[in-house]
Design a protein around this ligand. Structure first.
Ligand SMILES: [Zn+2]
Length: 486
């Protein structure tokens, strides 16, 4: 439609109307009002519609009818798919795609049924046992890794439960273990239809009320008994309460903005450093947050593990401030003057371009005036047609060139203005940091390209500016001042 509005398209051809739209009101609106208004020809081949060759009235009805049928057809299909899935669910058929880890799926008399998988079911039982014996999920992930057990997705791809010789072992995701520990499928029941695409027009899937869940008990052999499942669920609830409590406590201490977001990286693996923000309470009752950064890959167990490294935010702040300050004091730059000079230069350049644009405008006006003068001369018989056409052509060429030039100038003015805005922001950041004010996200992001943290407390800061460029401006500024004095 964008291309139609830009007049890039003047004809639309579809096989039949249902290819164009399912909603009869909207489709009709396009075909009968919008396309004719925009001068676009619309052809639907099998329906025999051509907006350029139609007797309005009878065709209009046919279009409406066909559209209505298309829409009903789409609704009907969606309804049928949903109903058939629901009835499969009610018959205890597994309607999900991939069977849950620990089970395999097989078709039996038109029903998809779950059967215990001899290779993986033991691992599911172990996970439940480990959790019941007070191991937390992180510890379970570690044990699974130490036993050389592939994560479920790798198992599904390769068919191997355990790591084979020469294979890379990836650790399980915390979420996967949690999902296994909370999935009632392992008690031998199927809980399906928990989400649904309610109406065919709403793209988003909606969560369904719990009463509408399709729950079937005893559809397959359980891997664990219900007692185990509910004990685990109770433990989960308890840990959730604990989590909420700490959340409530930290909520009283506001979280500061992460000013190093997007610029702080692990120098060894290149991952963005993750932030910790622990709230601590003193005996006086004061609460303070301690911020620090660590490489998220350093906590991994598998081949993607990175060397352990961390840095507290106060140390990082100090380092960055010192580095920036050193850079400026060594080069003897006076940012205040720099900004003024830069802004003056920028304004001057802008004015020059704008003057040129005004000049172009005048030339265009002139050209048009000459054109009408020429025409008058020809009409009064003071010029032959041949001569008139020749001069007119030349004038038109000139006008075209001027218009192009004007466009170019406008373009350069726009990009210049953007640049000025960017540089201005940069220079103001410069002032802020030379005045030793607090570091802000803005200052850091304009002055620093990236910070890499290496093991052994080494930090590399890459600035986002080139000192020579600044020195050049400063020098220019100095010369200018001297000239004035002279
Ligand atoms: Zn790393």
């Amino acid at each position: 439609m964008q291309d139609v509005r830009k007049k890039r398209i003047n004809c639309i051809i579809v096989k039949d109307l249902s290819r164009f739209g399912r909603n009869h009101i909207e489709t009709g609106n396009y075909i009968q009002k919008i396309f004719p208004f925009m001068g676009v020809r619309f052809i639907a081949i099998t329906d025999g519609i051509d907006t350029f060759h139609s007797e309005l009235g009878t065709d209009e009805m046919a279009v409406n009818l066909k559209n209505l049928i298309n829409e009903m057809y789409a609704k009907d299909i969606a309804e049928k798919v949903r109903a058939s899935r629901r009835s499969s669910q009610e018959q205890g058929s597994y309607t999900g795609g991939i069977p849950p880890y620990g089970y395999r799926a097989e078709w039996v008399k038109g029903k998809k049924c779950l059967f215990i998988c001899p290779e993986t079911s033991g691992i599911v039982r172990d996970i439940y046992e480990m959790y019941l014996s007070e191991k937390n999920i992180r510890q379970i992930v570690r044990i699974l890794y130490e036993r050389g057990i592939h994560r479920p997705s790798i198992y599904r791809q390769t068919g191997y439960v355990y790591q084979q010789e020469g294979e890379v072992l990836e650790q399980w995701a915390v979420g996967t273990v949690k999902f296994i520990l909370t999935n009632p499928v392992y008690t031998g029941c199927l809980m399906q239809g928990t989400t649904c695409g309610k109406k065919h027009k709403l793209r988003k899937r909606h969560d369904v009320d719990i009463e509408d869940y399709c729950i079937q008990h005893g559809t397959h052999e359980p891997l664990i008994n219900e007692d185990t499942f509910f004990r685990v669920a109770a433990m989960f609830e308890k840990s959730a309460v604990k989590y909420c409590n700490t959340g409530g406590f930290s909520k009283n201490v506001p979280l500061q903005e992460n000013i190093y977001d997007g610029v702080l990286f692990c120098g060894d693996c290149g991952k963005q450093m993750a932030r910790v923000a622990n709230a601590k309470q003193f005996s006086s009752g004061d609460m303070v947050r301690y911020y620090g950064y660590y490489c998220p890959a350093s906590r991994r167990l598998d081949g993607l593990q990175c060397s352990s490294k961390s840095i507290s935010m106060s140390v990082l702040d100090k380092l960055v401030k010192t580095a920036l300050h050193q850079e400026f004091s060594l080069s003897d730059i006076r940012p205040g003057k720099l900004v003024k000079e830069y802004e003056r230069q920028a304004e001057e350049q802008k004015q020059q371009v704008m003057q040129k644009i005004v000049l172009c405008g005048k030339q265009q006006e002139n050209g048009k005036k000459k054109g009408s003068e020429l025409y008058l001369k020809y009409r009064m018989g003071r010029m032959s047609l041949e001569e008139y056409q020749k001069i007119k052509k030349e004038q038109e060429r000139l006008l075209y060139e001027i218009a192009e030039r004007r466009e170019e100038l406008q373009h350069s003015l726009d990009s210049r203005e953007r640049e000025i805005k960017e540089k201005g922001k940069f220079l103001r950041s410069l002032i802020k940091c030379s005045e030793k004010t607090e570091l802000t996200k803005d200052v850091i992001h304009t002055l620093i390209r990236r910070i890499d943290v290496y093991a052994g407390h080494r930090v590399k800061i890459t600035f986002a500016f080139c000192m020579n460029e600044l020195l050049y401006l400063e020098e220019w500024n100095y010369k200018n001042e001297k000239n004035k004095e002279d």
